[in-house]
Design a protein around this ligand. Structure first.
Ligand code: TXA
Ligand code: MG
Length: 338
């Protein structure tokens, strides 16, 4: 079992010394970020990075993000950074944004799945940044979950799943945002949005033209190439059948969901609408609350032993797009918009 380190309160940077040595020795460290927890390893040590893929059961053609703590560290792993890319870095780092940049040779092929690019992110979470700084190396880290499951937003949810698969477990409490970072790639001065997140399309539009990847809300077909390889894999889905319902007209949406509700179904809905259903749980009221709670709720669904789960969709504006991107996948593209 991984060594547990409780940093939920009385955090001091010194407490990370041992975990940073573990990173330097090629071990796996589960650590918090402001988005979701990550399974980290020395991103420049290919043997260490291979262990991440094994621990997660992740396909080797799905590249990892390198987490950095300074601009200098970005320049060690990426080259030919354009003025627009620098501007985005200066504006949003540290924070919940990943930028796909041209990689340098120093980055092992296992990290990038043989692509010429590397995903780079500077987390805002203090524990994450201190861990990177003390380790003095970029930390490769995917979200903390077995491939296909919802990402971990607190240690309790992922304890059984990952405790024996990592060497260190750093508990920093609940993650602030609850959804993974926004992933972008600048191509010919256009900002391609590969994965929506807390940094929204509307915000990015202040920096240039934003092009939405067609796979944000649609399935990647067999013969299609996704700019972000992660988009093609089944993700976030409970074993129970789930269906996502949305309409701009809230009463129409509730009526439709009511019709779907049967004896042994569960409804996941806005707190305001719980009383409309026989058996419902709330996911919060605001988009911020919903993004914070949604992975925890999706993880709890299977224990309830229902025949069907009906999930209320949200607007695709702002962080709503990121929530819908995750929910559509959680429902295996079983989505009705009326
Ligand atoms: O918030 C986050 O980003 C979390 C925390 C731990 O930082 N990490 C995370 O990593 O979500 P992961 O591996 O679960 O998701 C990374 C996504 C995947 O969909 C992957 O395909 C994509 O980023 N990606 C990574 N490198 C890429 C590259 N060079 N080109 C295109 N997509 C890339
Ligand atoms: Mg993930």
């Amino acid at each position: 079992m991984g060594k547990y380190l409780d940093l939920k309160s009385n955090y001091k940077r010194e407490k990370l010394r041992e975990a940073s040595h573990a990173i330097q020795e090629g071990k796996l460290v589960l650590f918090p970020t402001e988005t979701v927890y990550g399974i980290g390893a020395d991103g420049l040590n290919k043997e260490a990075v291979k262990k991440i893929f094994i621990a997660k059961g992740r396909k080797s053609d799905n590249p990892l993000i390198l987490h950095v703590s300074s601009i200098a560290m970005i320049e060690r792993i990426a080259k030919d950074i354009s003025p627009l890319e620098y501007k985005l870095i200066e504006s949003f780092f540290p924070g919940p944004l990943t930028i796909i940049l041209n990689r340098r040779e120093i980055v092992p092929n296992v990290v990038t799945a043989n692509l010429d690019t590397v995903g780079v992110r500077m987390p805002e979470n203090k524990i994450a940044r201190d861990l990177i700084e003390l380790s003095n190396t970029p930390i490769a880290a995917p979200s903390a979950n077995i491939s296909g499951k919802p990402s971990g937003t607190n240690i309790e949810d992922i304890w059984n799943e990952l405790k024996d698969r990592v060497d260190y477990i750093i508990d920093g409490g609940e993650t602030k945002i609850g959804l993974e970072s926004t992933v972008i790639q600048v191509i010919e001065d256009e900002i391609h949005l590969l994965r929506p997140g807390k940094i929204t399309c509307e915000t990015l539009e202040k920096y240039g033209k934003v092009v939405l990847s067609p796979h944000i809300l649609k399935e990647v077909k067999e013969d299609e190439i996704a700019l972000s390889p992660g988009m093609k894999y089944k993700h976030y889905a409970p074993n129970t059948n789930c269906i996502l319902v949305y309409s701009d007209d809230s009463s129409k949406m509730i009526e439709y969901m009511k019709k779907l509700e049967k004896e042994n179904t569960l409804v996941i809905t806005n707190d305001k609408n719980i009383s409309c259903f026989q058996n419902a749980i709330g996911y919060g009221t605001t988009l911020e609350e919903i993004s914070h709670n949604i992975f925890k709720i999706l993880r709890s669904v299977d224990q309830k032993k229902k025949d069907l789960v009906i999930i209320e969709g949200v607007t695709k504006e702002g962080i709503g797009l990121a929530i819908m991107n995750r929910l559509i996948r959680a429902c295996s593209h079983h989505y009705i918009e009326i």
